[in-house]
Design a protein around this ligand. Structure first.
Ligand code: DX5
Ligand code: ZN
Length: 213
Protein backbone atom coordinates (compact mmCIF):
# COMPACT_ATOMS: atom_id res chain seq x y z
CA UNK A 1 0.00 0.00 0.00
CA UNK A 2 1.24 3.46 -0.84
CA UNK A 3 1.55 5.86 2.11
CA UNK A 4 -0.15 9.15 1.31
CA UNK A 5 1.11 12.20 3.16
CA UNK A 6 -0.77 15.44 2.33
CA UNK A 7 1.39 18.53 2.73
CA UNK A 8 -0.26 21.22 4.83
CA UNK A 9 1.93 23.82 3.15
CA UNK A 10 -0.98 24.09 0.72
CA UNK A 11 -3.58 24.42 3.51
CA UNK A 12 -5.14 27.67 4.72
CA UNK A 13 -3.04 28.47 7.81
CA UNK A 14 -5.89 30.53 9.28
CA UNK A 15 -8.04 27.38 9.15
CA UNK A 16 -5.41 24.77 9.82
CA UNK A 17 -7.51 22.47 12.03
CA UNK A 18 -10.30 22.42 9.42
CA UNK A 19 -7.82 21.67 6.65
CA UNK A 20 -6.13 18.91 8.66
CA UNK A 21 -9.50 17.25 9.35
CA UNK A 22 -10.16 17.42 5.61
CA UNK A 23 -7.29 14.98 4.95
CA UNK A 24 -7.95 12.55 7.83
CA UNK A 25 -8.46 9.67 5.36
CA UNK A 26 -4.78 9.90 4.40
CA UNK A 27 -2.03 7.92 6.13
CA UNK A 28 0.34 10.61 7.40
CA UNK A 29 0.35 14.41 7.63
CA UNK A 30 3.34 16.11 5.97
CA UNK A 31 4.63 19.20 7.77
CA UNK A 32 7.22 21.32 5.96
CA UNK A 33 9.59 23.13 8.31
CA UNK A 34 11.70 25.81 6.58
CA UNK A 35 14.17 28.19 8.17
CA UNK A 36 14.92 30.84 5.52
CA UNK A 37 18.55 29.59 5.37
CA UNK A 38 18.59 26.06 4.01
CA UNK A 39 15.74 27.12 1.73
CA UNK A 40 14.58 30.64 0.83
CA UNK A 41 11.27 30.43 2.71
CA UNK A 42 10.08 30.36 6.33
CA UNK A 43 7.12 28.24 7.40
CA UNK A 44 6.22 26.25 10.49
CA UNK A 45 8.06 25.72 13.80
CA UNK A 46 7.87 23.60 16.95
CA UNK A 47 4.85 25.34 18.63
CA UNK A 48 2.67 24.75 15.57
CA UNK A 49 3.63 21.06 15.43
CA UNK A 50 2.75 20.76 19.12
CA UNK A 51 -0.71 22.26 18.47
CA UNK A 52 -1.30 20.10 15.39
CA UNK A 53 -0.57 16.99 17.47
CA UNK A 54 -3.60 17.80 19.63
CA UNK A 55 -6.09 17.93 16.75
CA UNK A 56 -5.19 14.87 14.66
CA UNK A 57 -4.48 11.17 15.00
CA UNK A 58 -2.52 11.11 11.74
CA UNK A 59 1.17 10.38 12.26
CA UNK A 60 3.13 13.61 11.83
CA UNK A 61 5.66 13.39 8.99
CA UNK A 62 7.97 16.31 9.69
CA UNK A 63 10.21 17.39 6.81
CA UNK A 64 13.03 19.57 8.13
CA UNK A 65 14.38 21.91 5.47
CA UNK A 66 16.68 23.62 7.93
CA UNK A 67 20.36 24.07 8.67
CA UNK A 68 21.76 22.25 11.72
CA UNK A 69 18.75 19.92 11.97
CA UNK A 70 20.44 17.96 14.80
CA UNK A 71 19.83 20.94 17.10
CA UNK A 72 16.05 20.66 16.69
CA UNK A 73 15.41 16.91 16.61
CA UNK A 74 14.60 16.71 20.31
CA UNK A 75 12.18 19.65 20.20
CA UNK A 76 10.27 18.28 17.21
CA UNK A 77 10.22 14.76 18.67
CA UNK A 78 8.82 16.06 21.96
CA UNK A 79 6.30 18.18 20.04
CA UNK A 80 4.87 14.98 18.58
CA UNK A 81 6.70 14.18 15.34
CA UNK A 82 6.33 10.50 14.36
CA UNK A 83 8.74 10.70 11.46
CA UNK A 84 11.57 13.24 11.24
CA UNK A 85 13.20 13.70 7.85
CA UNK A 86 16.35 15.83 7.63
CA UNK A 87 18.30 16.83 4.55
CA UNK A 88 21.50 14.96 3.68
CA UNK A 89 22.97 18.26 2.44
CA UNK A 90 22.43 19.94 5.83
CA UNK A 91 24.37 17.56 8.07
CA UNK A 92 28.01 16.58 8.66
CA UNK A 93 27.44 13.34 10.57
CA UNK A 94 24.60 11.39 8.97
CA UNK A 95 24.78 8.36 11.26
CA UNK A 96 24.76 10.54 14.37
CA UNK A 97 21.51 12.34 13.52
CA UNK A 98 19.83 9.08 12.47
CA UNK A 99 20.73 7.58 15.86
CA UNK A 100 19.50 10.73 17.60
CA UNK A 101 16.11 10.59 15.84
CA UNK A 102 15.75 6.87 16.58
CA UNK A 103 16.55 7.45 20.26
CA UNK A 104 13.08 9.03 20.50
CA UNK A 105 11.50 5.83 19.12
CA UNK A 106 10.31 7.54 15.96
CA UNK A 107 11.11 6.96 12.30
CA UNK A 108 14.26 8.47 10.82
CA UNK A 109 14.07 9.86 7.29
CA UNK A 110 16.69 11.50 5.08
CA UNK A 111 15.98 13.64 2.05
CA UNK A 112 18.03 14.45 -1.04
CA UNK A 113 17.74 17.60 -3.15
CA UNK A 114 17.49 17.39 -6.97
CA UNK A 115 21.22 17.87 -7.55
CA UNK A 116 22.31 15.22 -5.03
CA UNK A 117 23.30 11.92 -6.58
CA UNK A 118 21.77 8.77 -5.10
CA UNK A 119 25.27 7.21 -5.04
CA UNK A 120 26.14 9.54 -2.17
CA UNK A 121 23.50 8.08 0.14
CA UNK A 122 23.48 4.35 -0.64
CA UNK A 123 25.73 3.55 2.34
CA UNK A 124 23.17 5.06 4.74
CA UNK A 125 20.04 3.31 3.47
CA UNK A 126 20.43 0.42 5.91
CA UNK A 127 20.16 2.78 8.89
CA UNK A 128 17.10 4.69 7.66
CA UNK A 129 13.35 4.11 7.86
CA UNK A 130 12.66 6.47 4.96
CA UNK A 131 14.50 8.07 2.07
CA UNK A 132 12.83 11.13 0.55
CA UNK A 133 13.64 11.91 -3.06
CA UNK A 134 12.79 15.56 -3.72
CA UNK A 135 11.21 15.99 -7.13
CA UNK A 136 11.39 19.82 -6.96
CA UNK A 137 13.92 22.20 -5.41
CA UNK A 138 12.76 22.36 -1.78
CA UNK A 139 11.24 25.64 -0.61
CA UNK A 140 7.83 26.10 -2.14
CA UNK A 141 4.65 24.22 -2.97
CA UNK A 142 3.07 24.22 -6.41
CA UNK A 143 6.24 23.71 -8.49
CA UNK A 144 6.58 21.43 -11.52
CA UNK A 145 7.71 17.83 -11.11
CA UNK A 146 11.33 17.21 -12.19
CA UNK A 147 11.34 13.93 -14.13
CA UNK A 148 15.11 13.43 -13.80
CA UNK A 149 14.81 13.25 -10.03
CA UNK A 150 12.37 10.34 -10.16
CA UNK A 151 14.96 8.38 -12.13
CA UNK A 152 16.98 8.09 -8.91
CA UNK A 153 14.37 5.78 -7.41
CA UNK A 154 15.33 2.44 -9.06
CA UNK A 155 18.96 2.62 -7.87
CA UNK A 156 17.82 3.48 -4.35
CA UNK A 157 15.33 0.63 -4.44
CA UNK A 158 18.00 -1.78 -5.62
CA UNK A 159 20.28 -1.01 -2.67
CA UNK A 160 17.58 -0.44 -0.04
CA UNK A 161 16.57 -2.91 2.61
CA UNK A 162 13.10 -4.33 1.86
CA UNK A 163 11.29 -2.24 4.45
CA UNK A 164 12.78 1.15 3.52
CA UNK A 165 10.05 3.65 2.70
CA UNK A 166 10.88 5.51 -0.50
CA UNK A 167 9.01 8.82 -0.51
CA UNK A 168 8.72 11.49 -3.20
CA UNK A 169 7.81 15.13 -2.66
CA UNK A 170 7.18 17.96 -5.10
CA UNK A 171 4.82 18.30 -8.05
CA UNK A 172 2.99 15.07 -7.27
CA UNK A 173 -0.39 14.58 -8.98
CA UNK A 174 -2.16 11.46 -10.32
CA UNK A 175 0.15 11.30 -13.37
CA UNK A 176 3.49 11.98 -11.68
CA UNK A 177 2.49 9.73 -8.77
CA UNK A 178 2.05 6.85 -11.20
CA UNK A 179 5.51 7.45 -12.66
CA UNK A 180 7.02 7.42 -9.16
CA UNK A 181 5.19 4.35 -7.89
CA UNK A 182 6.09 2.44 -11.06
CA UNK A 183 9.74 3.31 -10.42
CA UNK A 184 9.43 2.01 -6.84
CA UNK A 185 8.25 4.84 -4.57
CA UNK A 186 5.82 3.75 -1.86
CA UNK A 187 5.07 7.05 -0.16
CA UNK A 188 3.71 10.16 -1.87
CA UNK A 189 3.66 13.71 -0.52
CA UNK A 190 1.20 16.03 -2.24
CA UNK A 191 0.22 19.59 -1.40
CA UNK A 192 -1.46 21.46 -4.22
CA UNK A 193 -2.87 18.38 -5.92
CA UNK A 194 -4.79 17.39 -2.79
CA UNK A 195 -5.74 20.79 -1.37
CA UNK A 196 -6.72 22.37 -4.67
CA UNK A 197 -8.92 19.47 -5.74
CA UNK A 198 -12.70 19.79 -5.70
CA UNK A 199 -12.96 16.50 -3.80
CA UNK A 200 -10.10 16.01 -1.37
CA UNK A 201 -11.10 12.42 -0.47
CA UNK A 202 -11.11 11.31 -4.10
CA UNK A 203 -7.77 13.00 -4.68
CA UNK A 204 -6.31 11.02 -1.76
CA UNK A 205 -7.92 7.81 -3.07
CA UNK A 206 -6.61 8.41 -6.57
CA UNK A 207 -3.07 8.47 -5.17
CA UNK A 208 -3.63 5.58 -2.81
CA UNK A 209 -4.88 3.26 -5.52
CA UNK A 210 -1.40 3.29 -7.04
CA UNK A 211 0.64 0.55 -5.49
CA UNK A 212 4.38 0.23 -5.51
CA UNK A 213 5.84 -2.19 -8.01
C1 DX5 B 1 8.46 21.71 -0.99
C2 DX5 B 1 7.84 20.89 0.10
C3 DX5 B 1 6.68 20.09 -0.33
C4 DX5 B 1 5.53 20.89 -0.89
C5 DX5 B 1 4.91 20.06 -1.99
O1 DX5 B 1 9.71 22.14 -0.62
O2 DX5 B 1 8.79 19.99 0.66
O3 DX5 B 1 6.23 19.21 0.69
O4 DX5 B 1 4.54 21.21 0.05
O5 DX5 B 1 3.95 20.79 -2.61
P1 DX5 B 1 3.33 20.36 -4.02
O6 DX5 B 1 2.76 19.00 -3.84
O7 DX5 B 1 2.29 21.41 -4.25
O8 DX5 B 1 4.45 20.39 -5.01
ZN1 ZN C 1 8.01 18.43 2.06
Amino acid sequence: MTIISPSILSADFANLERDIKAVETADWLHIDVMDGHFVPNITIGVPVVKSIKKVTKLPLDVHLMIENPEKYVEAFALAGADIITFHFEAVKDVKKIIDLIKSFNIKAGMSIKPKTSPDEVLEYLKYLDLLLVMTVEPGFGGQSFMHDCAQKIPLIKEYAPKDLIIQVDGGINADTARICTELGANSLVAGNYIYNSVNIKSAINSLRSLSAS
